[in-house]
Ligand binder design. Structure first.
Ligand code: APR
Ligand code: ZN
Length: 260
């Protein structure tokens, strides 16, 4: 373990930097929703009927077996519907209230950040509660659908409104994400394996530009060597502790005054 990777302990430097920050951007991954009971992608829990996510979340898989891919998304959507935001989501919603310019960038498609009260959220990989038409620009909100869905407007196949492996991200969302990360006083990366591009490159671009990166993860990742500080622990414990310490650290000079 490198000096910068600390088990559970949040160094005071991180608390001070966050308390004084005008701009903070946060990138979250599946680990932030794990404590809500939503399986992560990599590791055993990510398996579904012996399929790996990388085999199902692709345009090729959808072309060859749309029923299988829809079944997987309907199953995952069911898990999301039963789940509640956990203390990690709530802590990030609270952090947004404390920081003048706060952007939450998420790879998660479960919508739990919004349900926890986060407002400024960029969903890099789409949202599991939406479907879109493969041919026209029809988008629908999903509730209790099952099976393969057809477009009510043009009759074509509908697909989950998710960015699959091999597909491009929405260029506006990507540009906003890079801008938020690149201008942040502190960039926080929580609960992601930091292996899926382009999301993983955000933190490295921050480091190249001389910014400060805090990583929170159960285990070290490919980012750990480059991050300024890695706190090893559960997002649902470390993030609430961090926000609590930010409040304790508050001095009159560091108070956010919205009308300033
Ligand atoms: N607290 C903090 N970190 C956790 C926790 C937890 N409670 N539980 C798991 N983790 C960490 C794991 O150590 C791992 O590094 O979260 C990470 C989850 O990694 P992945 O399953 O790879 O999820 P993610 O990084 O979000 O995947 C990126 O891959 O399949 C695609 O599009 C999908 O958005 C997803 C992308
Ligand atoms: Zn259509």
């Amino acid at each position: 373990m490198s000096d910068a990777a600390e088990s559970g302990r949040i160094p005071q430097e991180v608390v001070t930097r966050l308390s004084e920050a005008q701009r903070v951007a946060v990138l979250t991954g599946a680990g932030v929703s794990a404590e809500s009971g939503i399986p992560t992608f990599r590791g055993k829990a990510g398996l579904w009927k012996n399929h790996r996510p990388e085999q199902l979340a692709t345009p090729q898989a959808f072309r060859s077996d749309p029923a299988l891919v829809w079944e997987w998304y309907h199953w995952r959507r069911g898990l999301v519907r039963q789940a509640d935001p956990n203390p990690a989501h709530s802590a990030l919603a609270e952090m947004e209230n404390r920081i003048p310019h706060f952007v939450l960038i998420t790879q998660n498609v479960d919508g739990l950040h919004m349900r926890a009260g986060s407002g400024n959220v960029l969903e890099m990989h789409g949202n599991i509660n939406r479907a879109r038409c493969c041919s026209c620009d029809n988008r629908i909100q999903l509730t209790d659908e099952s099976g393969v869905l057809d477009c009510a407007r043009c009759g074509s196949l509908m697909r989950p409104d998710i960015v699959w492996f091999g597909e491009s991200l929405d260029p506006d969302i990507l540009a906003q994400s890079y801008r938020a990360a690149g201008t942040a006083d502190v960039f926080v990366v929580a609960g992601t394996s930091s292996v899926v591009q382009p999301a993983a490159s955000l933190a490295f671009s921050v480091k190249e530009a001389g910014g400060f990166v805090l990583e929170i993860n159960l285990d070290p990742t490919p980012l750990t060597g480059a991050a300024d500080i890695t706190v090893l622990g559960k997002a649902g414990e470390v993030l609430p502790e961090l926000v609590k310490r930010m409040w304790e650290n508050q001095t009159p000079g560091s108070l956010f005054q919205p009308d300033r």
